[in-house]
Write a protein that binds this ligand. Structure first.
Ligand code: ZN
Length: 261
């Protein structure tokens, strides 16, 4: 029986990741156009690659982007992927006060629910940072899957004072993400890595995790970073590599979390 889950968590951040970094970015059309590329070309190419290999993934979509581009959310949902929440304005929770944090979470979820008719159960924080309040807020909103912590190579259930909470964690790692290698930062010293180097590194991590009992493989991707022609070729080879492992199977965050006791 296949026992090694593989999850691709894909951010459809479009312009929100730039707007969330600084309000000044609203006046920079060229910077924002990195995000526009996602909607105009990137998303369809990426969805086609995933379809070709029968891979169903989890897409994290900020409410602002869902509101601006509902047809993108509908298409992701129609193709069988999980539509998951990622805040509203792509703001990191530690930058917000309690009221703002709750509002960002609730409005992000509601916007997606209105479009798909289904309430999202999975949530990922912009920048993978949360506050001491966040877990309670997630549970209040009916979120049952978090994918933010870096403390394990295995999915687990959150526990407080010895009591299991209705919240499963699907841990992440910065080196199992495209952003550290492919993000254009416009900053001195920022280096974009060659896809072949990144591919080799992810393969080596995959081999190591595949041998570790109870472990899983979770890759964090961004449409605006991965959905360029050369990088998509790399992703396609990487999917083929994963399929060569007889115990590996692709799944979505919500489906994997449902199997965690
Ligand atoms: Zn994001």
């Amino acid at each position: 029986m296949k026992n090694f889950p593989v999850v691709f968590g894909i951010d459809l951040d479009a312009e929100s990741s730039w707007l969330g970094k600084s309000p000044e970015n609203a006046g920079k059309p060229v910077l924002l156009s990195h995000g526009t590329y996602e909607i105009r070309e990137g998303l369809k190419s990426l969805l086609d690659v995933l379809d070709r290999h029968d891979v169903r993934s989890t897409f994290f979509i900020p409410g602002l982007i869902a509101h601006r581009h509902p047809e993108a959310v509908t298409e992701i949902f129609r193709r069988g992927h999980e539509v998951a929440s990622h805040g509203y304005n792509h703001l990191s929770p530690p930058l917000l006060d309690a009221g703002q944090e709750r509002k960002e979470l609730a409005s992000g979820i509601e916007t997606l629910e209105k479009i798909t008719g289904r309430r999202p159960v999975t949530w990922q924080a912009p920048s993978w940072e949360i506050t001491a309040r966040t877990i309670d807020y997630l549970i209040d909103e009916g979120v049952s899957v978090s994918s933010n912590f870096h403390d394990s190579t295995r999915p687990y259930r959150h526990v407080r004072n010895g009591v299991p909470l209705p919240l499963v964690e699907l841990p992440v790692e910065w080196h199992l993400a495209d952003a550290p290698f492919f993000l254009y930062g416009g900053m001195p010293g920022r280096q974009i890595w060659p896809p072949l180097t990144v591919e080799e590194m992810w393969k080596e991590d995959f081999r190591g995790l595949y041998e570790r009992e109870g472990s899983y493989f979770r890759l964090a991707l961004h449409v605006q970073l991965i959905a360029h022609p050369g990088r998509l070729r790399m992703l396609e080879r990487f999917i083929q590599f994963i399929k060569e492992h007889p115990n590996a199977y692709f799944t979505r965050c919500d489906e994997l979390a449902a199997t965690i006791a």
